[in-house]
Design a protein around this ligand. Structure first.
Ligand code: SF4
Ligand code: SF4
Ligand code: FES
Length: 243
């Protein structure tokens, strides 16, 4: 980071930022959590999921792509914005096939943890029960598209971190699905050590023979709500989002 710092506010909290930082980067560094799903700190932001949408000087925009600027006024933890976030999360649940009690990722899943944090107990929208394919062809990696939330983290990581092009999207709208650059995963050059395999926020890309090593109840979000690792940087731990 270089250049003189400046300040802006998020929900009335003054945040210090460096030139070039996005709102979410500056907030993370300052210990203010803005809910997010497609954003990953090691990857270029994509602005796909809309979970991080804030009101920035009165206009909605994604905090993961918007550069911070001097004096901007950001609203994030409001009843209105959190209701919108719940809707986005709810749609992701009903557009896929998520059976949390049986899922290997339960307790370590960002979608599930966001639902808990935002107070989404059970979806009210109708479940769509789409047909989604599994791919267990690779000796070390398993894909269960039922749980894919189309965040594109794996696509970005494969391209920019692994120097490969294993993943992509095909089709559009509600028919969009995760694609791979071969007929089956074992025909690609993916490896278990690839970044793309380790950034999935849900239980779609799974490394074989690692399941249940950490028992239910002892996992990341069993210990503390999502965002706690950021909020621990400042003495401010909101128990619930504004509703
Ligand atoms: S990926 Fe997450 S939300 Fe989906 S079934 Fe597994 S734990 Fe539940
Ligand atoms: S497989 Fe995982 S990382 Fe890739 S788009 Fe789906 S949810 Fe995102
Ligand atoms: S986290 Fe910003 S749009 Fe997904």
């Amino acid at each position: 980071m270089s250049g003189e710092t400046f300040t802006f506010t998020v929900d009335g909290v003054e945040i210090e930022a460096f030139p070039g930082q996005t709102i979410i980067q500056a907030c993370d560094a300052a210990g203010v959590y803005i809910p997010r799903l497609c954003y990953h700190p090691d990857l270029e932001p994509a602005g796909h999921c809309r979970v991080c949408t804030c009101k920035i000087d009165g206009r909605r925009s994604s905090a993961c792509t918007m550069p911070a600027s001097r004096g901007m006024v950001v609203e994030s933890n409001t009843a209105e914005l959190n209701a919108d976030r719940r809707t986005v999360i709810e749609m992701l649940f009903v557009e896929g096939n998520h059976f949390c009690p049986y899922c290997e990722k339960s307790g370590d899943c960002e979608l599930q943890a966001l639902a808990y944090r935002l107070g989404l107990a059970a979806p009210e929208l109708p479940y769509q029960w789409p047909h989604r394919e599994l791919d267990a062809s690779h000796p070390d990696i398993f894909i269960d598209r039922n749980r894919c939330v189309l965040c594109s983290r794996c696509i970005r990581a494969s391209r920019t971190e692994d120097g490969k092009t294993v993943f992509g999207f095909e089709r559009r709208g509600i028919h969009m699905r995760l694609n791979i650059d071969a007929k089956a995963l074992d025909e690609t050059n993916i490896a278990a050590a690839d970044k793309a395999v380790h950034v999935c926020p849900v239980g779609c890309i799974v490394i074989k023979r690692t399941g249940y090593r950490t028992p239910y109840g002892s996992r990341r979000f069993d210990q503390a709500p999502i965002g706690s690792d950021i909020e621990v940087k400042r003495a401010h731990h909101p128990a619930k989002e504004g509703r």
